[in-house]
Design a protein around this ligand. Structure first.
Ligand SMILES: C[S@@+](CC[C@H](N)C(=O)[O-])C[C@H]1O[C@@H](n2cnc3c(N)ncnc32)[C@H](O)[C@@H]1O
Length: 456
């Protein structure tokens, strides 16, 4: 048997142990193999046990499923969607205890740790839960669980009620959802009575929402496009102005969780990070070809990473020995260099910077805002949700530049009319998600929503 197809053995033996009140499972040292620091936990469909894998194994499982030609493309997609939506990241502490990030199991439950090879996949070991198995502690956790077993969630939309309230979609008007992702906002807009032109540069998102929203018929048009080219799409469709615009920037959970897309520092995959796979710049090109100075600047500016220079210098040293091709070796090298402080993975900022550079996210936003604001009908609104301070600054400056009727400079004899004046600010200060939303959807924490209205 090919040794590569053998699951990596993290533990040997079986024992019973309870999960302590900090959600940790102690693994007797004589049964530990190596010192894994991260694990992926997968609740088995019946919730009778948790499968524990190393991130490498998880990446292999995901890649193997993706390459499996014996099942239909649709079944492959469903399997992968379920795999990624169920997977949960867990860490290990210095004592080698498995630390669960949320509370999937009641704290008193006895668990048994077993090394098993199951389903002919790279399953490492299983944690058996005695009944009552996989008990959620509160209603929200129970809902999350229901979501992940029945219909995997592509992406949980952020600030949805606020977007609807402030965008004020009118029945029969056409709204451009320029970043449709999993279609959460698109669906809410359609349900409110508006028609939607849904754009995304990611073909996977486009395919997903074409299927998901097919029942809305001709009320929704879906196109794969970067929103910086929204003008061309509108021209092709013969549309001059629109009744509203939404941009929900950044990545979707699905993109982050799909190892094969290369956005994840938890699941191994190719260092790719392209939202539109037809573009040429990948994260590997940046990591292996940018100079130390360019990398430092990138990590500092887009990642706001305090250790930018040290990380850039390490990368340049390591790539001389062997170029970086996959996400985990890069994430691990960064972690080794700067250590773990707090809950956030130490490679988070660097991965964010790489992703923003690969997809020219700030350039697309500047251009996209210009193009889209020009297409707003009088009285129609544009709403932008950003997740990064530089993105928010671009949105704020754009709305300010379009929102001032008069311009003045000390050297001018009198104020002059602003030729770009065509917006009124609806949100002088950005709106942020409520505490409840932040608790329920931690990804929403850094979200900021700004809205402006085209003058009549
Ligand atoms: C945060 S998700 C949007 C989630 C979506 N609103 C929902 O409810 O599921 C961001 C999406 O924007 C897409 N995207 C990012 N930049 C883009 C651009 N310049 N043009 C088009 N799509 C873009 C990404 O591919 C991703 O699917």
């Amino acid at each position: 048997m090919d040794p590569d197809s053998q699951p990596e053995r993290l533990y040997a033996g079986e024992f019973r142990h309870s999960i302590d009140n900090k959600n940790r499972i102690t693994i007797p040292s004589r049964w530990r193999r190596g010192r894994p620091e991260e694990f992926i936990l997968l609740p088995e469909a019946t919730h009778q046990f948790l499968i524990v894998m190393s991130p490498t194994e998880f990446g292999k499982t995901s890649s193997a499923a993706q390459a499996n030609q014996t099942v239909s493309a649709r079944d492959r997609r469903i399997f992968l969607r379920q795999l990624h939506s169920r997977a949960q990241h867990a860490g290990a502490d210095r004592q080698g205890r498995l630390v669960l990030s949320k509370r999937p199991l009641i704290s008193m439950s006895q668990v048994q740790l077993v090394y098993k090879s199951m389903f002919c996949q790279n399953v490492i070991s299983a944690v058996w839960c005695e009944p009552p198995a996989w008990l959620a502690l509160n209603a929200r956790a129970a809902d999350d669980e229901a979501d992940s077993t029945e219909e995997p969630v592509y992406h949980r939309p952020v600030l949805q009620p606020e977007v609807l309230r402030l965008l004020k979609p009118k029945s029969g008007s056409l709204i451009v959802d320029a970043t449709c992702g999993g279609g959460g906002h698109t669906e809410a807009l359609l349900e409110s009575g508006a028609d939607v032109l849904a754009l995304d540069q990611d073909p996977d998102a486009v395919q997903h929402i074409t299927e998901r929203l097919a029942h809305f018929g001709r009320r929704v048009i879906v196109r794969q496009a970067n929103f910086r080219h929204a003008g061309c799409v509108l021209d092709e469709l013969g549309i001059r102005t629109v009744g509203g615009i939404l941009l929900d920037l950044g990545v979707s959970s699905r993109q982050l969780e799909n190892a094969a897309r290369g956005f994840s520092f938890v699941r191994n995959g190719p260092l790719d990070m392209r939202m539109d796979p037809t573009t040429s710049l990948t994260a590997a090109t940046i990591v292996n070809q940018y100079s130390e100075e360019q990398l430092t600047q990138l990590f500092r500016e887009l990642g706001e990473e305090p250790a930018a220079r040290r990380i850039a210098s390490l990368i340049v040293k390591m790539r001389k020995i062997s170029p970086f091709r996959e996400t985990l070796p890069l994430a691990r090298a960064i972690e080794k260099l700067i250590g773990r402080h707090g809950r956030q993975h130490p490679a988070t900022q660097v991965f964010q910077a790489l992703r923003m550079e690969v997809n020219d996210e700030l350039g697309a936003l500047e251009q996209g805002l210009r193009v889209l604001v020009a297409r707003l009908a009088a009285g129609a609104r544009i709403a932008v949700i950003s997740f990064h301070s530089l993105e928010d600054r671009i949105v704020k400056n754009c709305f300010r530049d379009h929102g001032r009727e008069w311009l003045d400079k000390p050297e001018w004899p009198a104020p002059q009319r602003n030729p770009d004046y065509d917006l009124n600010l609806v949100t002088p200060k950005p709106m942020e998600p409520s505490d409840d939303e932040q608790r329920a959807n931690p990804r929403s924490r850094s979200a900021k929503l700004r809205v402006a209205e085209k003058i009549k």
